[in-house]
Design a protein around this ligand. Sequence first.
Ligand code: ALA
Length: 603
Amino acid sequence: MSQILVSTIRSQYLDFFKSKQHAIIPSAPLVPENDPSVLFNTAGMQPLVPYLLGEPHPLGKRLADVQKCVRTGDIDDVGDDTHLTFFEMLGNWSLGDYFKRESIEMSWEFLTSKDWLGLDPEMISVTVFEGDANAPRDEESADIWKSIGMPVDKIAYLPAEDNWWAAGPTGPCGPDTEIFYWMGEGKPPHGSNKGTDSKMWMEIWNNVFMQYNRVDATTLNNLPAQCVDTGMGIERCAVTLNGMKSVYETDSFAPVLEKIKQIVGENNYNERSARIIADHIRTATHMISDGVVPKNMDQGYILRRLIRRAIREAYKMGYELPFASEIAEIYIAQFSSIYASVANNAEKIKTELNLEEGKFAKTLKDGVREFEKIVGGFKIAFERSGQQITQISGGKAFTLFDTYGFPLEMTVELAKEQGLSVDIEGFNVAFEKHQELSRTASAGKFVGGLGDNSPETVALHSACHLMLAGLRKVLGDCVHQAGSNITAERLRFDFTYGEKMTPEQIKAVEEYVNTAILSELTVSIDNMDKTEAKNGGVEGAFWEKYPDIVKVYSMKGADGVTYSRELCGGPHVENSREMGKFRIVKEESSSSGVRRIKAVLEK
Ligand code: ALA
């Protein structure tokens, strides 16, 4: 028998529900449009929540679609036979139209009818909700199953953990009935079901009876209408139809694994690593097609993590050259006719993958070496003193993140392979501190960062430079800029310093600035080599953000004194006498180890 392709299942599913008077709606993008509570759509129902809550849908009360979904909760399981981070969910919905009976009957017909998938009913078992304080035991669904011929011993009653479905802590939810396919050899033994033989049954379809809206932990209201939300993973469906053992045997993945084998060489090939690469690059392809780019936050962080994890798996197989865009090409070919986002972004997908691969390749080796050094240190400590260290500190994990680009989860994985843990809380503290500094930095960075170029703003910008030089003179060289924000009325300036300034210190800084202003400053600009400038005592924060050749602004008085020499992108006053008199209005704490000054120039 020839293989049934994933694309055939996709169209059969939609045809079936069309024949049952369902309107077919397009997949929403992976990133939810109006829901900041989740990073990605994790189920077909997510874009439909407003309609489940009662808003009328323009296409009616019966809908079906294929929705792109990303779930990273089970990322550690990826590589086994069934878990994927990206999948297409086949789904049908009743918005206050049909309920349990019709929903179950349609699922059964689609799965077992010779006109549709034609699966062997004997290979199928189901579960229903056993009931709890929130909702009764779902005898209604069980009776419907029995009435269409499901043997009683193939119906397992399971608790909310298995048979209650909700997308999040609040929102539409309800009991569900799940459909499973036997994964063992031959036919399932008599009386086997999900309750008795949990591992041998693979979930293929979930029918949720959306009846409730969870408002908070203790309040469960009825929805305005009884709805149905179903979901079936397309590759799992292909596995059952083709008598396969794993989603990686389907036509979605088989050519990709083949390609990976070619790339890394048959002798180096490792099935689990290849599966992880195949899964992660597929997910990355779709994320990028929907506008996500690798970053250290939010969706971009998940994307970065997936790409970097894939690269590490390639390294494990001894392959250290770029490969991701070659893999992505297979997916682009597969999906271009299905999702315009993939077709339209084919080049962008490859470019982003190449860029991210390039970035990580530079640091991965050094990072692994650094990691090994840390672990080696633990061993030495043990040999010398018998002291057993089993945890990598938050600071070290942060260095691996910040300097070597290791997502925290990757450090955790590496640690786990060595039987070690990671101080995640310590990492978060280091991370937060870093975020605070870079937030204030980017809020008011000087390079082209002035709100406007009015004479007042420019004068305050020059004053900022003089003030920083004054602060360093009065408080010491530990002072550096941590951020600034300048409007035409005032300057706000954050700098690193651990204590409150005394009134005398404030006065001394004001005097420094005012003396400079009165000395008729001239401003000169030198293009300098970055390293030379840094070593030569030029003041600057965030050196890493600047190109190799930097602009150094020097402010020199007619008295021959250089009042400020700083890395900058301008602009500055031409004549310091126009600046007026400098006054510090406020000095306060900004965050831990960072002080904030507000100051003005008075005419
Ligand atoms: N929303 C249900 C699920 O994702 C169908 O399993």
